[in-house]
Design a protein around this ligand. Structure first.
Ligand code: KIV
Length: 279
């Protein structure tokens, strides 16, 4: 099976086919999503919260990202793997972005990178694209700027912010981004941006008019229960199922019904003769 490329993603928009994207952070989640035919796996820095237990994505490092992207790449055969550039890996400027974007491809085995921000990151986008690194943009609520925004809130509800987001989306497209994530953006504004751009928009909390949708694996699988965002839908209650399974395991070990001899290994018991003499 041929791996999805950024050209395939562009073709999906041109043909009016919606693009499903999901985050993946390890070998197992990557295999599940890849086997289900999800064409794009995003190794998001949201792993800081749902896998590493941090309060925000700010603490995620390049080493964290490389290690998780590698695991995802080992679990995936057909998906395009996009790796997130973590906080402070590109904010200093284009040189850093180029070096760190390159590391995500070279050491992490990603096929593309994502970074947050609009007009202020276009130089970095441009430098990476020129070097052959496909770039996905990310505007709207950009979690790495949570301290600047003062919380996780919908962006683009008023005229000024809506205009800024449209300009940011166009700037990213002009700089060569192959797609752009719209996070927590009103549906009507996402519709306008999606119609205006020739590259695909991938929404999260951005309504039904985007060219694709991205969701956090743990949210749609019902695995992350600390907080349930309004924009997600749980397709499986995995945490509840896993708790049930874990309690059954503990109880069966406790009452001796696990493991049975069928779940054990046999030997010729004559080999046990004379064991009492062993010191
Ligand atoms: O880090 C992440 O998972 C993301 C998506 C939610 C877009 O940036």
């Amino acid at each position: 099976m041929r791996r999805t490329s950024v050209r395939d993603i562009a073709r999906m928009k041109a043909e009016g086919r919606r693009i499903p994207v999901v985050t993946a952070y390890d070998y197992t989640s990557a295999r599940i999503a890849d086997d289900a035919g999800i064409p794009v796996l995003l190794v998001g820095d949201s792993l800081g919260m749902v896998v590493l237990g941090y309060e925000s994505t700010i603490h995620v490092t390049m080493d964290d990202m490389i290690s998780h992207i590698r695991a995802v790449s080992r679990g995936s055969k057909q998906a395009l793997i996009v790796g997130d550039l973590p906080f402070m890996s590109y904010q200093v400027g284009g040189e850093d972005a180029l070096r760190n974007g390159g590391r995500l491809l070279q050491e992490g085995y990603a096929h593309a990178v994502k970074l947050e921000g609009g007009a202020r990151v276009v130089e970095s986008v441009h430098r990476m694209v020129e070097a052959g690194i496909p770039v996905m943009g990310h505007i709207g609520l950009t979690p790495q700027s949570v301290n600047e925004f003062g919380g996780y809130r919908v962006r683009g509800r008023d005229k000024v912010e809506a205009g800024e987001l449209m300009s940011d989306a166009l700037a990213l497209q002009d700089a060569g981004a192959f797609s752009v994530v719209l996070e927590l953006v009103p549906a009507a504004l996402s519709r306008e941006i999606s119609q205006r751009l020739s590259i695909p928009t991938i929404g999260i909390g951005a309504g039904p008019h985007c060219d694709g949708q991205v969701q956090v694996f743990h949210d749609i699988m019902g695995l992350y229960t600390d907080f349930v965002p309004k924009h997600t839908r749980r397709y499986v209650e995995a945490a509840a199922l896993m708790s049930e399974g874990m309690a059954a395991y503990a109880s069966q070990v406790g009452d001796g019904s696990f493991p049975s001899l069928d779940e054990s290994f046999s030997m010729d018991e004559s080999a046990l003769e004379g064991l009492e003499a062993a010191r």
